[in-house]
Design a protein around this ligand. Structure first.
Ligand SMILES: [Zn+2]
Ligand SMILES: [Zn+2]
Length: 394
């Protein structure tokens, strides 16, 4: 079965969808037009839509004609970013202040192309393929909403798979890693407090700004002195608020920041050490303290057997030399992690969009536009993976 040629029959349609979606970008949980477009195209391919208790997001269901078998969920994200587009392309954003700068227009078109192709192969497939178009990846809450809406249930999903367009590989290539691939993301707000007083008489009060200053530098010792040097962890204080005047020692100093890790043990350790650090600094400077710790999303981690399958599938449609190892995980985060938490056989890979010899425009840049040449490779990898898993005679 020449899967890539079958996918290529939808090449023009995929570019058309991509440009339409790009021209009408919508923010997280507001993907109303995108939801309509996706639902319409899935229906026209004969794919059943499962109603979701959510205003945006689509779940298409394709049951193979060869009888029962495993359930695989293929996921794309549909939301855009709150920024002004500066690409100058004819299909530029028609919605001021909103643009597809993360390539989710490309992800949506890739998955639509895969859905059309697999629908045509329905009679030769077994099991169930779910095409999941989720809202609000950028705010990291869309996946949770879809899970609450039951996309991984009835019957439970056996496999889940997603991709992201990436500057880590050239167009026509995919990049994949074993184990952790993207980091967990937690947030914290630390408050040091005292009575406040005159800037000329610091001994009459306690100084939350001095406590905050020590905290900002000493919190970095957690990574350099307390986490195993062979593990990855980042702590960044990204907001500092305190004080109103030249001569008033304020009552409060408030710090906000983020913690990123690749392993759950390290994640837990970072939280515990952070709390000790806050307590210790507060005690040293005689301040009260408060720590508001928000558990964000876990890390994305690839299942070994799924990585082996991806090497085989992507090797078939792109050539073995075009499956590359990005060497290092990313310390950014992806809400795909929530699916992986529930479905252990999960896989997240990077779809290359770099044109050799041309400067790279990175994600979230106002000049970024998803590379249309990556659409067929992306959809081909999805389809070949499914064919290897659920195809006739496999
Ligand atoms: Zn993004
Ligand atoms: Zn993204």
């Amino acid at each position: 079965m020449d899967i890539r040629s079958l996918v290529a029959e939808n090449a023009e349609a995929m570019v058309h969808w991509r440009h339409s979606i790009h021209a009408s970008p919508e923010l997280g949980f507001k993907e109303f037009e995108t939801t309509k477009l996706v639902a319409r195209e899935l229906s026209s391919a004969g794919i059943e839509l499962r109603p979701l208790e959510a205003e945006t997001g689509v779940l298409g269901i394709l049951k193979g004609g060869q009888g029962r078998g495993p359930v695989i969920v293929l996921r794309a994200d549909m939301d855009a970013l709150p920024m002004e587009e500066e690409t100058g392309v004819p299909w530029s954003s028609q919605n001021p202040g909103v643009m597809h700068a993360c390539g989710h227009d490309g992800h949506t078109s890739v998955l639509l192309g895969a859905a059309k192709t697999l629908a045509a192969l329905k009679d030769r497939l077994r099991g169930e393929i779910r095409f999941l178009f989720q809202p609000a990846e950028e705010t990291l809450y869309g996946a949770r909403k879809m899970i609450e809406a039951g996309v991984l249930e009835s019957p439970p999903a056996d496999y889940v798979m997603g991709l992201h367009g990436s500057p880590l590989a050239e167009v026509g290539q995919v990049a994949v890693l074993r184990g952790p691939v993207m980091a967990s993301a937690d947030m914290f707000t630390v408050t040091f407090s005292a009575d406040g007083g005159h800037g000329a008489y610091p001994h009459r009060t306690r100084d939350p700004i001095v406590a905050a200053g020590h905290f900002i530098t000493s919190v970095q010792e957690i990574v350099s002195r307390q986490v195993n040097t062979l593990d990855s962890a980042v702590v960044s204080v990204c907001a500092v608020e305190a004080g109103t005047a030249y001569n008033i020692i304020p009552k409060n100093a408030v710090l906000k920041g983020t913690i990123r890790t690749l392993r759950e043990e390290v994640r837990g350790e970072m939280e515990a050490r952070l709390q000790e650090k806050v307590e210790g600094v507060a005690k040293t400077f005689g301040c009260q303290w408060n720590l508001d710790f928000i558990h964000g999303i876990p890390s994305v981690s690839n299942d070994d057997a799924m990585v082996d399958r991806l090497y085989r599938a992507a090797g078939t449609v792109l050539g073995n030399e075009n499956v590359v190892d990005p060497v290092r995980p990313l310390m950014g985060s992806e809400d795909f992690a929530f699916y992986g938490e529930i479905v252990p056989q999960s896989l997240f890979f990077q779809l290359g969009f770099v044109e050799p010899g041309e400067p790279i425009i990175h994600l979230h840049n106002s000049k970024f536009d998803f590379n249309d040449k990556a659409l067929v490779p992306g959809a081909s990898v999805f389809c070949q993976f499914v064919w290897d898993l659920l195809g006739n005679g496999q």
